[in-house]
Design a protein around this ligand. Structure first.
Ligand code: 5GP
Length: 215
């Protein structure tokens, strides 16, 4: 059985990462696993449902001390600071799923994504973006819950993130949810056949070829 592809999905706040990932998992439930990150930020209230985020589902919510202890114990594949909070990807679950042949999705920001590429050159990095900056701004201001200050900060972060987009393998435009989800699925599917993910097959074919004699 082939190992799964470690897939990183980053994107501007307002690019629709959460929606696309949710859709991907519901259309292909047996193909993908979503890594649950750890964070030191506070649980957020979902304005629509009136329910707070759940520990172990949305994130593993840790204290700063506990997070730093886990850093020292080398329990994260990567971690980064974002808006003055730690965020990190726990190792165990990711490797277990990849070994089972599942494609694992990490929804992480750009610093973490670049750490992943450095440590795992065969990881697939995809950057999700709305079709243009005006659409991004409209999506952010359209969320009634965000203050002007939050929108301003998110647009500033987007300016920084845009300088790193060219370090990703693919840029994925989120125009319509279904088309974008399907394109993401195709990108991951094709990634399985990259030479870097086919070292087993390459070795096998080399060995087989060596059994022929042409003297
Ligand atoms: P939020 O607080 O809005 O849930 O997430 C803030 C940012 O942190 C998002 O860009 C999200 O993709 C990123 N993030 C979530 N989990 C991780 C993680 O494990 N590692 C890194 N580096 N970033 C993460």
């Amino acid at each position: 059985m082939k190992r799964g592809v470690l897939t990183v999905l980053s994107g501007f706040s307002g690019s629709g990462k959460g929606t696309i990932i949710k859709n991907l998992l519901s259309v292909y439930p047996d193909r993908y696993a979503l890594s649950v990150s750890a964070t030191t930020r506070q649980k957020r209230l979902n304005e629509k449902t009136g329910v707070f985020e759940t520990d172990g589902v949305d994130y593993f919510f840790l204290t700063k001390e506990e997070f730093e202890k886990r850093i020292a114990e080398d329990r994260f594949i990567e971690y980064a600071t974002y808006n003055e909070n730690y965020y990190g990807t726990p190792k165990d679950y990711v490797f277990e799923c990849l070994d089972k042949g599942l494609d694992v999705i990490l929804e992480i920001e750009v610093q973490g994504a670049l750490q992943i590429k450095e440590k795992f050159p065969d990881a697939l990095l995809i950057f999700l973006t709305p079709p243009d900056a005006e659409t991004l701004y409209k999506r952010l201001t359209g969320r009634q819950t965000e203050t002007e200050e939050v929108v301003r900060r998110r647009m500033k972060t987007a300016i920084f993130e845009s300088t790193l987009m060219n370090r990703y393998d693919y840029v994925l435009v989120n125009d319509t949810i279904d088309e974008c989800t399907e394109k993401l699925h195709q990108m991951v599917t094709l990634a399985h056949d990259r030479a870097v993910c086919s070292t087993g097959l390459i070795d096998e074919i080399k060995q087989q070829l060596n059994t022929f004699s042409f003297d």
